[in-house]
Ligand binder design. Structure first.
Ligand SMILES: N[C@@H](CCC(=O)N[C@@H](CS)C(=O)NCC(=O)O)C(=O)O
Length: 237
């Protein structure tokens, strides 16, 4: 099995899943990880596009089956290796809608907010004002939904940690980088700490990142992310 990925929120979803499966006792030693250099445009190569026509990381290649979309990969691995990360039976349907919720709402809102906050160099501050307001407001609305959800339980979709938490966490943990102020939501803040304290999550976040920089990037790495983000966000500039 091969994972083609990069050190980004959508990439970390899958590396966290692999490490959480290992924590759950599954042998994942067959997984080979290949770093895709997004700033160099490797995602547009013929080889990459043959596995993921959407030309974005991550993609999982399992013999003849290629799976694109980070949340679909979480679902695929959850089904292939049954654990509490994706419970069976009726319980599963507590989880799956929240995975779609992340993919359809949180990823786009946080991703766009981040892009306009840090990377969109090719447009003026005036042009950025509307998307920043729109995606910022939507991101905070979604944080409020998560906060409400956490009033009833410790984890997003159930009493146990599942693929719904994995799907959500990489975007939420980047709230400072995206400038989405989650500090009025203490349940969300403590959920972020709870997820981060899991050994599998710590190892998953280390894919493509030097050990000492998992939680705090150096100024040099921030500049590198800004440069690479700008190349991806402004392809024609
Ligand atoms: N909905 C997709 C989004 C994937 C995505 O946007 N990946 C980004 C990195 S986080 C990417 O490959 N960007 C490169 C590009 O847009 O050219 C998923 O969840 O897998």
């Amino acid at each position: 099995m091969e994972l083609w990925t990069s050190a980004t929120p959508n990439g970390w979803k899958v590396s966290i899943m692999i490490e959480e499966l290992i924590e759950a006792g599954i042998d994942m030693s067959q997984v080979k990880v290949r770093n895709i250099n997004l700033a160099k445009g490797e995602q547009f190569s013929e080889e990459f596009s043959a596995h993921n026509p959407n030309q974005k990381i991550p993609v999982l290649i399992d013999n003849d089956r290629s799976v694109m979309e980070s949340c679909a990969i979480l679902h695929y691995l959850g089904e292939k290796y049954p654990t509490d990360l994706l419970p069976e039976g009726d319980l599963r349907w507590n989880i799956i809608p929240w995975v779609y919720w992340q993919a359809a709402n949180v990823g786009p809102a946080f991703g766009n907010k981040l892009s306009y906050t840090r990377y969109m160099d090719s447009i003026s501050p005036e042009e950025k004002a509307h998307p920043l307001e729109r995606f910022g407001t939507e991101a905070i609305r979604l944080v409020g939904i998560l906060n409400d959800q956490l009033k009833e339980q410790q984890w997003l979709a159930s009493d146990t940690f599942t693929i719904a938490d994995i799907a959500l966490y990489p975007w939420l943990r980047a709230w400072k980088w995206s400038k989405v102020d989650i500090t009025p939501y203490p349940l969300v803040m403590s959920w972020i700490d709870r997820v981060r304290s899991r050994p599998g999550v710590g190892r998953g976040l280390a894919y493509g990142v030097p050990e000492g920089e998992i939680d705090q990037w150096t100024e040099e790495r921030k500049a590198q992310y800004r440069r690479n983000g700008a190349i991806i966000a402004n392809p024609k500039s």
